[in-house]
Design a protein around this ligand. Sequence first.
Ligand SMILES: Cc1cc2nc3c(=O)[nH]c(=O)nc-3n(C[C@H](O)[C@H](O)[C@H](O)COP(=O)(O)OP(=O)(O)OC[C@H]3O[C@@H](n4cnc5c(N)ncnc54)[C@H](O)[C@@H]3O)c2cc1C
Length: 427
Amino acid sequence: MNPDTGHPPSLWAATAAPAPSSPPLEGAHQTDVVVIGAGYTGSATALHLAERGVNVVLLEAIEIGSGAGGRSMGLVNPHFRVLPSQIKKLVGEELGERMNRAFHAGSDIVFDIIARHRIECEAVRKGTMELGNTKRGFKELRAFYEEFAATGAPLEWLDGGRIAAVTGTKRYTGGFIDRRAGSIQPLGYVRGLARAAQEKGAVLHTRSRVQSIAPEGGRWRVDTAKGTIRAERVVVATDAYSDDLMPDVRDCMVPMWANMAATEPLSANLRATIMPGGEAFGDTQIVRQYYRTDQAGRLIAVTLGHLINTPLSPVHRWAEAGIRKTYPHLGEQKITYKWEGMLGLSHDFLPSLHEPAPGFHVPNGYSGRGITSATTVGKYLAERILGAPDSEFPLPLRAPRRARFRALRGFRYEAALHAGRLLAMVR
Ligand SMILES: Cc1cc2nc3c(=O)[nH]c(=O)nc-3n(C[C@H](O)[C@H](O)[C@H](O)COP(=O)(O)OP(=O)(O)OC[C@H]3O[C@@H](n4cnc5c(N)ncnc54)[C@H](O)[C@@H]3O)c2cc1C
């Protein structure tokens, strides 16, 4: 990781439009709302508040997008990994309905912000596919497809022939495409959100890690090493990159690593065979993997697990291994970037909002689906701060529930990933 920017040596760090300039916080200040953490949640909340004329200060420990936001795969998916009917079971019928409605419109919110604020982030809206080739995978995909299709979502079922033509791999025999979805350059997007917030009047301070938050005379006092801000409200938007600021919030998510790999730009001949229409896809292998391309024609893949570079591990460089298996005709195509980032898994794989005191808001727990959902949360949280009632907010309001044996569970998930990979190799 580059200590100045907080970014790993990723494709996104090498190709994103520059970040807006933002000095560290110094001295004592007052504002309406302090937002802590400049990822998608914090930057989108700051943008929506600033657009409505609220005075807002965005404080970031390192650099804009240095958490999961600037490292992600960039897939703009309008749904969680949890079925809409299951969401209703988990949070109740009425809230579940509201949640499904709000988040299914999430990709419209993302692409609308990109267009309105002219964010340079290679936005492509050609759909993403969920594909499978096993009985278990089909069962899961059919359930998703049927539930979403019943809500009128523009999903299309694809057979193996269509999939091979669209993706350039014969590995999958069925699945669906959701044309509301797409992909972005994720670091460019989060920087663009922060820049748009700044242009609308938000004040940005990077290299300003918040060390404490305390009530003071009916307001909140937020301290960094060199500065203090007093505000009516505070939003903590640190998700999986939460530090010791609020240990109970950090400990309600199980940390899970995901690793990414990107090839060098493919030749025109190869590009014509691999997702030439700009779609992206994920699969239902034992350990899931997602694939997309970028504007320069690189093939990019992500999968769960630590980026283990030691040859002692038989399954090291997982995302890269997936590329070679799914696209054997790429041969020894050079992998130019490999990096990793951390997801925060909540107990039910859904985000929620914690409000430990009046005027104190903590949304988190996106569980690997944060681009649409965190941007959507930013919009609804801004409305809530401006007075919208609970009955309009599309997230469960709940106290953090400490993930029991958190570190051990992270380790267990990682071990299970190794086992799943080994199984896939011998099959
Ligand atoms: C490899 C990878 C691939 C992914 N791919 C996708 C994808 O394709 N699609 C998708 O929807 N989601 C994806 N995700 C998930 C998504 O990136 C996250 O859900 C999302 O970034 C969460 O956004 P956030 O703004 O809440 O948190 P983050 O983006 O993690 O931002 C939190 C910020 O808070 C800052 N911070 C922490 N503590 C402090 C403090 N004390 N003071 C000030 N600042 C602080 C951090 O430095 C950080 O910048 C992926 C994640 C990873 C790791």
